[in-house]
Design a protein around this ligand. Structure first.
Ligand code: A2H
Length: 253
């Protein structure tokens, strides 16, 4: 790990409809007039137009933490502690956990994805989500993230195995960023490096590095308010816009 803190953008994906087990877990424990959000941490806010689902680790434990009277966040306990320390929650001190939830119980929950061409997306499983990084929640942008592309491809291939509906993993992948190589850089690299599944960790690492460099330094926005601008320039602008609208907040670790 580097010495400098990682500056994430934590997105607020509002829960529209809970999966049955999650609904049971939260019943009576959250005020009726409060909103609950899944809060994925991302380094690529400018790609949020391309969200198609939201990943959680099925084996991980999450909490529903009270951010304010009206807002609750679904994140790991570790992230809640960091957020409390960074003054993100209304009340200082130990974060207040309203509910404990197993990642697998969140699968199928319907959330609102800010900026996305697909405003409503499902929570889906990804076994490689780390409990030790970010919030333990990862928003999925298969156009620009090789990990995300490999995972949604796998989910669409074996929906029964993962206990999901096939259509949840089959939302259209829309080009967001044009680079010299492609306007769907992640799918292009996954095919080129012959990555067959999310378990091909070594090739995925390589694809991830290639995609990040080319996307950041040579990418141009194809969509959104900053269409035609370089990714380098658009990234902080999209981030600011999301934060101003109350759809995201700064989170560091
Ligand atoms: B990124 P770094 Cl389009 N476990 O967001 C595994 N991966 C996690 C995670 C966790 N607990 N928390 C965050 N991440 C992912 C978008 C994206 C991302 C794109 C392209 C590349 C990319 C959409 N997914 O990341 O180790 C999140 O995915 C490639 C580095 O802190 C987050 O940004 O550098 C990124 O990893 C943070 O990884």
């Amino acid at each position: 790990e580097g010495v400098l803190p990682q500056e994430y953008t934590a997105l607020k994906l509002k829960v529209l409809e809970w999966a049955p087990k999650a609904a049971e877990a939260i019943k009576g424990k959250i005020p009726e007039d409060a909103s609950v959000y899944l809060c994925p941490a991302t380094l690529r806010p400018e790609t949020m137009y391309g969200q198609v689902c939201c990943f959680v680790g099925p084996a991980l434990r999450y909490g529903v933490f009270k951010a304010s009277e009206k807002e609750y966040f679904v994140i790991t306990k570790r992230a809640a502690r960091n957020m409390a320390y960074q003054g993100i929650f209304e009340k200082d001190g130990v974060p207040e956990k309203a509910v404990d939830i197993q990642g697998s119980d969140l699968i199928g929950t319907l959330v609102h994805a800010p900026l996305s061409f697909h405003p409503q997306v499902r929570v889906l499983p990804m076994e490689t989500v780390l409990a030790t990084k970010g919030t333990g929640v990862v928003t999925s942008v298969p156009s620009d993230s090789p990990d995300d592309y490999a995972m949604v491809t796998e989910l669409a291939k074996k929906p029964e195995y993962y206990g999901i509906k096939k259509e949840w993993a089959e939302l259209e992948i829309i080009p967001i960023i044009q680079t010299p190589t492609s306007d769907l850089l992640a799918p292009h690299l996954v095919k080129k490096l012959k990555i067959a599944s999310p378990k091909d960790a070594k090739q995925l690492q390589e694809a991830k590095e290639l995609a990040y460099k080319e996307g950041f330094y040579q990418g141009v926005m194809k969509v959104g308010d900053f269409k035609g601008e370089k990714v380098e320039v658009a990234k902080p602008k999209v981030r600011e816009q999301l934060i101003k609208r109350g759809e995201a907040f700064a989170y560091a670790e």
